[in-house]
Every structure is written in C-alpha cells, then in structure tokens.
Write a protein that binds this ligand. Sequence first.
Ligand code: C2E
Ligand code: CA
Ligand code: CA
Length: 809
Amino acid sequence: MAPDFLALAACCPDILVCYDREGRRKYVNPAYEKLLGVPVGELTGRRIPEVSALPPDLAAVAESLVLGVAAGGPPQDKIFTWRQPGGGEFSFHLHLVPEQDGNGETVGVLAFARDITDYRRIEMELRAREAEFRALAENSPDSIVRYDTECRRIYVNPAYERLSGIPVARALLKTPLELSYLPPAEAAAYQQRLLAVMASGKPANLELDWKRSDGRRGLQHVVAVPERNPDGQVVSILTVARDISDLKEVQGRLEEAEAKARLGYWQWDRQAGKAVLSAEVCRIFGKPREWSPSEAEVLECVVAEEQDWIKATLSVALASQSPDVSLEFRIQGEDRARDVHSSIRIEYGEDGEPALLVGTIQDISEMKSYEQRVHALANYDALTGLPNRELFADHLREAASSALGRGCELAVLMVDLDNFKGVNDTFGHDSGDQILRETAARLRRCIRESDVVARLGGDEFGFVLTDLRPDADFEGTCRRIRDAVGEAFPIAGREVFLTCSIGIARYPADTRDVSSLLQYADAAMYHAKEEGRDNHQFYAASLTRRITQRLNLAAKLRRAEANGELELYYQPQVDLATGELLGAEALLRWNHPEEGLVTPDRFIPIAEEMGFIISIGAWVLRNACEAAKSWNQGREKPLKVAVNLSPRQFKVNDLVATVTNVLAETGCAPAWLELEITESLLVEDAVDVGHILEAFHGMGVSISIDDFGTGYSALSYLNRFRVDAIKIDRSFVRDIGARSDGAELVKAIIAMAHSLHLELVAEGIEEKGQELFLRQHGCRVGQGYLYGRPMPIREFEALLASRPIPSAA
Ligand code: C2E
Ligand code: CA
Ligand code: CA
C-alpha cells in the first residue's frame, strides 16, 4: 500500500479497513481501536465473525456485505446500530467499495466506518420534526435554534455548534442566560428580545452586536419566527442566525465539514511527471480508473473559461513557494459539468522548484446547487418577492462602486408606511399581508428598470436609485411613491388609506461610506416621522449629530432620577362652566445639568426606548400621589391628579401592584388619581390591557385616553375597555376656530363621548373662543395655557391657596 495512503489512514478520524477477497482484514487503521476498543493487532488477519466489536448477528451481516463486494457486487452503504453489553449505544455508518488493482481486478474491499452515534441520538430526539425542516436545518450554514416558551433551546443545528463552540448536547434545554457564547449582558438582552418576539407572536429581525472575548467584534443577523400549534398558540420560536462578521470563517468551516464527506486524493510527482489518482478522482473526472493524465490533460478537463485563471493562480503560488493552495473550479465530466474543490499541499525541492504536490479533490456540485437554493431563500422576501435587506445591501454596494467609476450619483430612499401597525391590528394579519404585497407591487412600478426596490423588514421598503444626475428630481420620485401608497387599498369590502414617510440619503454627496447610507436614509426617515409623517426628508448632517446627541442624553438620563434632576410640573384642570379648579395633570421635567430644563418630548421617547421609563414612571406616580395627598389634606372636595403612563409600563412589570403600593404608601386615595393612557395601547392590545384596566377600575382609579383622535382610531376599543374619560387632543381644539371642519370634528367627538357616558377633557385651550365653544357643546373639563401653564409644585400650591376652597357640592 502506498506510504501516503498509510499516513493518511493513520490520522483519519474514521475507521478504515482493507479486506482481502476472503474477507480477512489486511489493514486496520488506529481509529478502530480508538473508537471501538479492539486492538488493531487482534483484528488483522482475521475475519469479521472471528473478532469484531459488532455483536455476532451484525458481524455476520457485515461479513456478507464485504464478501458481496469482494465478489464483484456494487459498493455498499449501511448503518449499524447496536448496544454494547453494559456500555452505551453505538451507531456506525459503513461504506464498502471494491479495491481494484491496475487491471481493474477486484483484489479486496475497502471499508470506511464513521461513528455517527451522537448524530443518531439527536436524530432520535428530533424524529418528531418534519423531514423537510431537518434537511434544511442540519445542512444550513446558518445556526438554527428552536426555543420553547421559557426560552430553553429545544433544538440546535450543527451549525450552532460550529458557530458557538458549544456542543449540541450541552446547549439543549439551556436558556441563553444559562449558557451562551455571548457575554452575560448581551445574552440577557437577547433572551428578553426573544421573549418579546414570542409575546408579540410576530416574526422579527434582530441584530446582535457584541465584543468577543478575543476583542473582535461579533455581528449577527437573527431572524426570529414564532411557531404556533394547531390552536394558534405560540409554542416555540425558531431563530436563524447568520454570523455576518465572520462570513468567511463560517464558510471555511462549512467547507471543512464538506471536505470530510467525499474526498478524492491525488499526488503528483513533478520530477517524474507522473500522477497517482485515487478512484474517486477518476470518478469525479469521469475517467477510467487507470487514467494517468499529464498536466495539460488535466487542464483540458477544466471548462474553457476557467483554464487561464487556474494556470495563473498555480504559477503565482509556485513562484512564491506557498505551501498550500486551494482552488475551486468547474470541470467538464463525462455526463455533466461538475464543481470541484481542490486543496493542494506543495513540497519544494532544494532548488526551490516544486517537487511533490499532494492534494484532495472533492465534488461540490451538490453543495453549490444547495448554496444557490439557499441564496434564493436568503435573498428574497417570501411575502412580497422583493429582494430582502441583505440583497439590497449587495445591490447598493455594487451600484455605489459602479457609480463611483462613472462619476454618477445614487440615492437611497427609505420608505416606511405610517400607522401600518394600526391597520394590521384592526383588519388582521392577512389584510396586512395583502397591503404589503400590493404596496410592493405599486412601488415596483415607481422606478426604472435599473433601480432596485427591496423590503427591508416589516412595513419598511428601500430604494436604490442609480445613475442620478446632480439635478435629480427627487420630488418627482417621492411624489410618485407617495401617490402609489396613497391610493386606496380595498380591504374586506372597505377602502383603507395609507401614507408613508420617506428618508433620502445621497451618495456620494451625503457620505462616501456606502455602509452608512442606509443608516442615513433611516435617520432622514425618522426625521420625516417626527415632522408629522406623510412627507419626505433629506438626510442632513444634523441628523447624525442628533443621533449622537440622543445617545449622550440617554447616558445622562440614566442617572437623572438618582441625581434628583427630575421634577414634576402641574398644569391646572378646570370646570369649564364654573372656572372651579378640579385638579392638575402631572408633567415631567428634567433639570439637565448643562442644558437646563428639558421637556418630556425630548427625553420620554429615549426613556421608553432604553427602558428607563419603568423606574421613572414609578417615580412620577409616587410624587404625584404624594402631591395629591398633601393638597387634599382637609379639603372637602378633593383635587384629582392626572398621571401619564407609557405603554411600556403596561408591558414590563406589574403595573397594578406598583400603583397599589404607591397609593398605600403615600396615603393617596384611588379616587384622586387619574391615569392617562394612549389610544395606541388599546389598539395594539398586545398585553392584557383589559384586565389591568379592570383592576384599576375595581380599585377606584380612573382612566382617561390621552391625545384622543390622533391615533389610528377604530373606536371599537371604547366598548371593549373600561375607560372613564377622553382627552380631546389639542390639535382639534386648535382647529376649532381655524378650520371649518375643525369645529364639526370636536362636536362629533363630544357627542360620541356623551353617548358612551364618558367624561370629556379638552386640552390645549388657549383662547376664550375655544372655551366658549367647548362649554356650549357640553365639554365639562378644560386644560390649557388659558388657565395656566405647567408649573412647579410650589407655584401650583400658591395658585391653590389664592383660590377660595369651594364648598362641597
Ligand atoms: P400630553 O400628555 O399631551 O401633555 C400635555 C402637553 O401639552 C404638555 O406638554 C403641556 O405643556 C402642553 N400644553 C398644555 N396646555 C397647552 C396649551 O394651551 N397649548 C399648547 N400648545 N400646549 C399645551 P409637555 O409637558 O411638554 O408634555 C409633553 C408630553 O410628554 C405629554 O403630552 C406626555 O405625553 C408626555 N409626558 C409628560 N410627562 C410624562 C410622564 O410623567 N410620563 C409619561 N409617560 N409621559 C409624560
Ligand atoms: Ca397627558
Ligand atoms: Ca395630551
């Protein structure tokens, strides 16, 4: 046997055995002893039934297979599973091929046996799962994990192990918090996000960005999809994670894994000008076993367009004396073209010339076609058929480099539907999907052939506009897009109207860094949202400055409560008929050490985003209740304090318990407290808002709907939830005298509230005329600059003292 084969066989992790034609072992590699515990010395020269790790019945089967192949039968593949007396279970995959001499005569049998015990075990656990899922998941280069409702991993694929270094068996039944390759803080945050996705029941794209222990940056794109049982309950969540920082490395590992599969070996003695090829190499090239080609003959097998490239690569490698090269190319096999991969080790002689080339060759055609299928799956959005975010990024990079080459400009447009969530929640997901598909089709018609539109996620679409002249007509494009979105969507026999917000970033005018273009367009889009939606905005440097400013603000906000920088202002609420003071709305202020008084519009969104709103909200509640308690001391007709609640406070902790405790601890009566909630909370209906509101009602705490009329109002929620009052948004009050239909709208809201027996508060009253109108149409309570701006508690208490305490009615 060739010395090279022996060297290879000796370090091969799989068992290799050569049999003679009578089924006696001629050679056994050390892996046999290592894996099965029978010394090589006992095995050589013996037949399987004489000595074997297999139990006698299986040994007989194995022997008959060997003899079959030795007698000229076809190659054999069989899995043997047995239980060792007193030991564990073993599973081996046996592959038998004839060993032929130079004349094609069978002289024996080569056996390859691979330990697949671990795979079998996992396989048993997963038997219940659909075969299709497994085929995809097990071969996927992406790490796929399934979590149960407690966020324990109930499935992880081999790629997860490769990616994380955590063995499948250890990862199973652990939560990210218990065991993860992420640092603890990131793991905890990740777990939270998975639970949130589970709670929402909707698929989400997550991005993971962390610092690895070796200091490098880890970046991962995760798609999380909640899975439902036939009853529609979410029972698990499936995540597909792609390491986007280390794509190359993962690819390498994939290749490594593939390389273990089917390898052909070859050797080339350059001085002798002779090649030795294994049977597998000949098979791949579609040549007879005795094929012994010259260099030129091998090259002829390579498809024409790749020959020059291969020659060049090899000669560069040889000239630089590099010890190994790997090549991927297509060859024209006998029946069809094949993709192959070859790793080559090169030994150089003393003269610096290559003396010996030893290599493997592997047919990767299937892997290639699999890659292409995955590419299709991974690059297009299933719902709309548009390119997804990843493909969009590819297009963008390409477009940018070609634009640069030709001195053209390009632009990225980010388009986000306004209030889409409301539509989705009101009309159901099927209708939401229908709208997204229709939107995609309309958007595709808005652009030229050469431009790209993609779905970036949710209700977010992205455009790459190429070949722009410096005076490009963005207004026209934006108008087309907004008109397309603005057309009626016929949904469930009704017409739904939508608007969108657009952000625009230009290349290279705004940035030369392609990777920030999308982020810039995103910032511009958010700016458009802030500007009241239904408009488009260009990126401006101030927007990124705003992003950094926001981050700085967030860092300071974290300490604001502890530093005593938070303060509550109070704005009077009065009886519109009598002018009597009824109470106050508590409005939060932040005394920022450098910037002075910061209004809530600037920091509440940050507090919500960062989760600070939970503790800040509790602080507000406590202070407002303390204030109410002190005002109402000895007061016959008590004042009410209104406190704003963020939707986040409903989602995260036990709000009812917090309110109960605060009331008990401050001595504030429940009837003195009014909680202001937003319409969106009721429309979203993600958490069990109904029960929480019931609980407040039961305690005697009242609930009002803030900014009424501004959200996406499908008013049916007013019947479903227990609310006591609505606050007419100040934009409607402002429109009373300003727009002809403004007054009509307010009248309608008031009439509706009356019919539902809801209390009414009008906010933002600045003028006597507005007050008069509201009073005449039956709105009882008012709030606005006309009666007082939000003021520090001392001022409010002075105002209280200056008014005669009205006697109880
Ligand atoms: P909001 O609940 O709609 O509060 C009323 C806002 O209207 C206040 O702005 C108030 O200063 C302003 N306002 C009152 N009367 C008039 C008027 O006559 N004309 C005009 N043009 N504006 C008037 P502020 O204090 O800046 O609060 C802004 C928003 O911040 C609040 O809107 C509320 O949503 C939020 N917010 C304030 N405090 C808290 C809090 O403690 N927790 C939470 N979650 N949100 C809060
Ligand atoms: Ca409010
Ligand atoms: Ca309001």
